[in-house]
Unconditional design. Sequence first.
Length: 85
Amino acid sequence: MFGKRAVIIGTVLVLTLGGFVLGQAVNAAIGSPGDQNDPLITKSYVDTETAKLQVQIDGLTDEADTLKAEIEGLKTEIEKLNREF
């Protein structure tokens, strides 16, 4: 009875250890996520999103330049008004 229980426990331990080792071997063969073979995101996705952001940045830069020009115009008008009084 004791011998049968030891054989079963031994078998379970050997199979568990074998499964662990086999799993590690498969994981090592596949590679880790994020490397060149399995990227987390693709370069084309990054390029697309970067292009979208660049369009927004360009629009905001144009808007900022327009507002700066308006501010300069308002400063000129204020200076004219101050000279009149």
